[in-house]
Design a protein around this ligand. Structure first.
Ligand code: ADP
Ligand code: MG
Length: 303
């Protein structure tokens, strides 16, 4: 395992930020850490990176206990903090030289040139960080996190505050530069995790409320009914639709479009087709209505 979090709790004075949190992340996984503001995402990430001690519990990164050897852990971990704190008065290349000096990176100049290329900063490397757009500042933050070629990368809300084009660019950059690495990224945007993560850990009010693949989360939260959307070539008597085997409720949406509800473990689509054939109707469209990840998120974090 790359990251093992075991029964971690954290209080700031009287304020509970994390309560009995446990999860693990395997090598080369890209995991989305998602939850509303104040859920405890940044706190958990700071603890994993050894910047904040847990009140209780243990965290291991690549087998090393973070509380016992925080500096050793930081050698194998790349961290992009929330709000990406950078030295705005420094030039891009100068800043990366400063960071790599602190990390005692071998073959420093070659490595800096390499990471500048990888993160698309070639044209900006002689600019002051203050002069960069938010998307490019974020690239510098990612370059800083990856410069020592860590096997584990923790990115705290890497796309928050960016415009839609920048979001796409940063997502692609994370996917490309993250190959062969373990990545944990936090966000409060659901599409983000659907786009790049293989697994989602949902946190709400300091507690883990879900930990699964996106597809499985949809199944878990959709409840006991599924809805089928069907369009025939002509209008149908709603009573006849209600009589199709397995249909719990039929509704006419508009024209010859209908929604048919059934129990979740019952796929009624073959019976709907059969009904159409027997009634001399043509099925123009037939689709299972998937719950969106937004709905999943709201469902899991509504308490
Ligand atoms: P998230 O990153 O999911 O928005 P945080 O980890 O920043 O959540 O915060 C979790 C909870 O801990 C919030 O209620 C927040 O107000 C509180 N908190 C975070 N940092 C501190 C701090 N330094 N002192 C007191 N409370 C804090
Ligand atoms: Mg945060």
């Amino acid at each position: 395992m790359s990251i093992i979090v075991e029964k971690v709790s954290k209080t700031y004075g009287k304020q509970f930020a994390l309560r009995d949190v446990s999860f693990s992340i395997e090598p080369n996984e890209i995991v989305g850490f998602i939850g509303p503001n104040g859920a405890g995402k940044s706190t958990m990430m700071k603890i994993i990176c050894g910047y904040l001690p847990p009140s209780e519990g243990t965290v291991k990164v690549n087998g090393i206990d973070v509380s016992e050897a925080p500096l050793k852990v930081r050698e194998t971990i790349g961290y992009l903090p929330e709000n990406n704190p950078l030295y705005h008065e420094m030039y891009v290349r100068e800043y990366l030289e400063f960071v790599s000096g602190m990390l005692k990176i071998p073959n420093r100049e070659t490595r800096i040139t390499e990471i500048i290329k990888q993160t698309g900063l070639e044209a900006e490397k002689h600019k002051k960080i203050a002069a960069l757009s938010k998307g490019y500042k974020q690239r510098v933050g990612i370059a800083q996190a990856l410069i020592h070629n860590p096997s584990v990368v923790i990115l705290d809300e890497p796309t928050t505050g960016l415009d839609p084009n920048q979001i796409l660019e940063i997502r692609n950059l994370i996917s490309e530069t993250g190959k062969g690495k373990t990545i944990m990224l936090s966000t409060h945007i659901m599409q983000e995790v659907e786009a790049i993560c293989s697994r989602i850990i949902v946190i709400n009010k300091g507690e883990i409320v879900a930990n699964d693949k996106a597809g499985n989360l949809k199944v878990q939260t959709q409840g006991s009914f599924v809805t089928i959307s069907v369009e025939f070539n002509a209008q149908v008597d709603i009573e006849k639709l209600n009589k199709i085997k397995g249909v719990v409720k039929a509704v006419n949406v508009k024209g010859s479009n209908y929604l048919l509800q059934s129990n979740v473990d019952n796929d009624i689509r073959p019976d709907v087709f059969q009904f159409a054939v027997e009634s001399n109707l043509t099925v123009l469209a037939l689709q299972k209505m998937e719950q969106s990840l937004e709905e999943v998120f709201r469902e899991l974090t509504k308490k």
